[in-house]
Design a protein around this ligand. Structure first.
Ligand code: PCA
Length: 322
């Protein structure tokens, strides 16, 4: 009798545990010490604490579980319950993903925030149709040009090997006559060490995280655009949570978004200081380089509006009106 009772109880406990507990994998493509990753790890801790351990989120940083371009599909298919993507990586799927990578549309954090607000409903609708729920989005720093040689105009970049991380950064190379090579951040250090790359556009954080200063000594602070990362969850995985756990995730996500935007801004200057300390020359772009880059931006904005059609135009209008 006692024996039987024991087994029944064990079965019950196991069943309840399986129902009440969830474990999510959350792949990211950026290193553990990057502020995006730290922010996500904090989010996972907050969820753990708020749910009393009912939802455990394991963060897999630095493209260790999936490569950057694979993370969105992994979340969509449920191979990973959650994941972090760089929106601009998915520009070829839909122009809305490319919007925050269009040069000189939104170049300051307040502008980036406004652009985010204007594009958020369309972005959420699109992702929801793919079975994905957005948890939060956090910006990178304004993008500048890393270059081995000193440059005074885009003509100086003609023919050089240019690392691209998105369709838009490859398009810039095409417009200025550089040779684009698509390389995700996790492989960038190796690419620079072997001389595959002589220049690229990105943030101070990526220059620092990838030790760019070891082979490239110039950073032109063009402040051309502010791309964002988005943390996503498979909608079915989210829907199987009980209401209290769902609320805990939503609340921790909202806090992570506020914290992420704040940290991004605070760290922008810090990264430039850290780069300078390690031998990077931070240049204000010459008026010619600035004008050239703005011309590139003008072409890309017009291209974007053509591809994105009336829905895209409505988003840009809403952004400019606010
Ligand atoms: N760093 C990422 C994307 C944007 C950024 O600032 C990268 O260079 O891959």
């Amino acid at each position: 009798m006692i024996h039987k009772f024991g087994i029944a109880l064990a079965g019950l406990t196991l069943g309840a545990a399986a129902f009440a507990q969830a474990k999510w994998d959350l792949p990211t493509a950026y290193p553990p010490a990057n502020y995006h990753t730290e922010n996500i790890v904090q989010f996972a801790k907050d969820v753990d604490a708020a749910t009393g351990g009912k939802l455990k989120i394991t963060v897999h940083s630095n493209a260790s579980l999936f490569k950057a371009p694979e993370i969105k599909r992994a979340v969509q298919s449920g191979q990973a319950q959650a994941g972090e993507i760089l929106l601009a990586n998915f520009a070829n799927e839909n122009p809305i993903y490319a919007l925050d990578g269009v040069p000189f549309l939104a170049t300051t954090y307040p502008e980036a925030k406004k652009l985010y607000g204007a594009s958020k409903p369309a972005m959420e609708k699109l992702l929801s149709a793919q079975g994905i729920k957005v948890l939060f989005m956090v910006p990178w720093a304004p993008q500048g040009i890393y270059s081995k040689k000193e440059i005074g105009s885009v003509a100086d970049l003609r023919g050089i090997k240019w690392r691209a991380y998105s369709p838009a950064t490859a398009k810039i190379a095409e417009l200025i006559g550089a040779q684009p090579v698509q390389i995700q951040q996790a492989e960038l250090s190796a690419a620079m060490a072997t001389g595959v790359i002589e220049s690229y556009m990105s943030s101070g954080s990526t220059g620092y995280d990838t030790k760019t200063y070891e082979s490239i000594k110039n950073f032109y602070d063009t402040q051309a655009w502010i791309p964002k990362n988005a943390v996503l969850v498979n909608a079915k995985a989210f829907d199987t949570l009980d209401p209290v756990t769902k609320d805990a995730v939503t609340k921790a996500a909202a806090e992570a978004e506020v914290r992420g935007w704040k940290t991004a801004q605070e760290k922008n200057d810090e990264y430039k200081r850290l780069l300078t300390e390690r031998g990077m020359k931070i240049h204000k772009p010459s008026p010619k380089l600035d004008a050239d880059m703005r011309q590139v931006g003008g072409i890309m904005q017009a291209d974007w509006l053509k591809v994105a059609g009336p829905d895209g135009a409505a988003i840009v209008d809403a952004y400019k009106k606010n």
